[in-house]
Design a protein around this ligand. Structure first.
Ligand SMILES: [Zn+2]
Ligand SMILES: [Zn+2]
Length: 213
């Protein structure tokens, strides 16, 4: 699993205290808060590209990357998590740790979701921005489940083995898809070497590129 944290620079008039957490940032000036989050999002996009390159180099395929905040963070100072969508890691300690990144539990707030609060009605913004830690912390106690298929998992070792399997399957599928695509492109390239009168029909090959899996 790839996992990075992006921290905002403290540019005046912002003070370190204003950036203690998402909750505190959102309690301050709304325009300023949005600017900080958009800045983090931009940095995350650059980092995402770097992670994707590394995925291709190391594993020969790339998969999703999540960018988001913990609703009730344990670490002070605002930070955006950027992590590969697999949650396969030796360092995944326990249920709480896992649930904090589980995309369906609700503790992990996707950065796009947080940004959407700013354009929503102000009453909605106010209620979301509250980020009362209590109900969020309760989410971490939810039963262990696979984030891919929702199956309940007995314990961490079972979960880890299952997530590894999910990732392996995904890798096999995706590599097969890439291979089909490569072959198709090679075939098309040879066709293009010897132009046929019906050259226009070649466009139809594009249909074959959609993933049927
Ligand atoms: Zn965190
Ligand atoms: Zn599963």
């Amino acid at each position: 699993m790839f996992h990075f944290l992006i921290l905002p620079r403290v540019i005046p008039p912002l003070k370190v205290d204003d950036l203690a957490s998402l909750r505190i940032l959102l309690r301050g000036d709304k325009v300023r808060a949005e600017k900080v989050i958009r800045g983090l999002h931009e940095d995350a996009k650059v980092l995402r590209k770097e992670i994707e390159d590394e995925m291709l180099k190391r594993y020969g395929w790339k998969w999703d990357i999540w960018c988001g905040f913990h609703a009730a963070p344990s670490m002070q100072h605002l930070h955006l998590h950027v992590l590969s969508a697999d949650l396969v890691s030796e360092k995944m300690k326990n249920k709480k740790h896992y649930n904090s990144f589980h995309p369906k539990v609700g503790f992990f707030l996707d950065v796009n979701e947080v940004l959407s609060w700013f354009s929503a009605e102000s009453s909605y913004f106010t209620s979301m921005a509250k980020l009362d830690p209590k109900p969020y912390e309760a989410l971490l106690k939810e039963a262990l489940s696979c984030w891919h298929c929702d199956s309940e998992m007995k314990n961490m070792p079972t979960l880890k083995a299952h997530l590894q399997e999910e990732w392996d399957h995904q890798a096999t599928r995706e590599k097969a898809r890439l291979e089909r695509k490569r072959k198709l492109e090679a075939k098309r390239a040879t066709k293009e070497d010897t132009p046929e009168p019906e050259a226009k029909k070649l466009k139809r090959d594009d249909i074959g590129e959609t993933d049927a899996s």
